[in-house]
Design a protein around this ligand. Structure first.
Ligand code: ATP
Length: 296
């Protein structure tokens, strides 16, 4: 079961940085913009409000460099607004690729992805991404105060709104313990705060952004127990009422998912909730039992 807990690869980390850079912070990171923002299709429209229904209809995708088969093959599923979808599967199965397609970091080669029934290719990229937030393992911070790092989720938020989001995210307690509190200056590599604390900041940032769709990559590295509990609570609150895609590593997270999609070699090989999958006695059930052995 341990193969499930490998951190994202370097490519995905770059993706994280790029995504962070396009999420409305052009003023801060002008450089990345040209590379990342591809032109929208003719007639692409703005998305005003989203309820967060997401559907994949027979989606296939291959990276250019790849020779042997598609990275994702015939993926179909639908997520109702507010549902939590856990993606699990061995390394290289395509979990990261799948969430990258939702945000249009890449476009599907075949099939269609819709959000609230609209093909995402007919929407303006920046507009689509405004309705999404990302909480990835290697949280993106920049040199600036804690306040500004959180405000990155919504640039026009007041200090008060930033603090409110931090409280909801369970980040307020640790922030107030920093020597300069919310005015503490963070370095780009997050110097001075732990990985778990960085994640709390990212949760606060996402809370402030208030998106309809969330993409989470659950941390795999060990985080101290107190911070871990705060993160779990913060995430619960963040996910409530939003459609969430979670690359999940923790059994508790997976158990609480509305749908678990088990990916293997680019295909969905099992699907259902925890109880249904245990009943099926397949790959998931094997994983579940092997994890139990590890933790007992
Ligand atoms: P992990 O749990 O290790 O993060 P994953 O399930 O998220 O794995 P992906 O990162 O989606 O898997 O990778 C699926 C396949 O696509 C792998 O074979 C991987 O090597 C390949 N791949 C991923 N990113 C790229 C890329 N940018 N260019 C070419 N191939 C890639």
């Amino acid at each position: 079961a341990r193969q499930f807990t490998r951190p994202l690869n370097d490519l995905a980390n770059q993706w994280n940085t790029l995504l962070s850079a396009i999420a409305g912070a052009e003023r801060v990171f002008e450089i990345m913009d040209e590379d990342v923002e591809e032109a929208d299709e003719q007639g692409a429209t703005e998305v005003k409000q989203l309820s967060g229904a997401v559907e994949f209809k027979d989606v296939s995708f291959a990276y250019d460099t790849e020779r042997s088969g598609d990275t994702l093959q015939h993926i179909s599923f639908s997520a109702a607004p507010g549902e939590m979808i856990a993606l699990i599967g061995p390394t290289g199965a395509g979990k990261t690729t799948l969430i990258q397609l939702i945000s249009r970091f890449y476009d599907a080669d075949q099939g269609q992805i819709t959000v609230d029934g609209k093909d995402i290719r007919t929407l303006r990229r920046s507009s689509l991404r405004q309705h999404m937030a990302f909480v990835l393992q290697d949280s993106f911070l920049f040199e600036g105060t804690v306040l500004d790092n959180i405000r990155y989720g919504r640039l026009d938020a007041t200090d008060e709104q930033v603090r409110e989001a931090a409280k909801l995210a369970n980040a307020d307690t640790f922030i107030r313990q920093l020597p300069d509190g919310y005015e503490q200056v963070l370095s780009r590599d997050g110097g001075g705060i732990s990985q778990g604390q960085r994640q709390l900041l990212t949760i606060a940032r996402a809370m402030l952004a208030d998106p309809a769709i969330l993409v989470l990559d659950e941390a795999t590295s060990s985080i101290d127990t107190v911070t871990e509990i705060r993160i779990q609570e913060g995430l619960q609150r963040l996910m409530k009422g939003r459609t969430s895609f979670v690359i999940a590593h923790r059994l508790n997270t997976i158990r609480s998912a509305d749908q678990i999609l088990v990916l293997r070699e680019g295909q969905i090989v099992e699907r259902g909730n925890h109880d249904e999958l245990l009943e099926q006695g397949g790959f998931y059930s094997e994983l579940f039992h092997s994890q139990l052995q590890i933790s007992s």
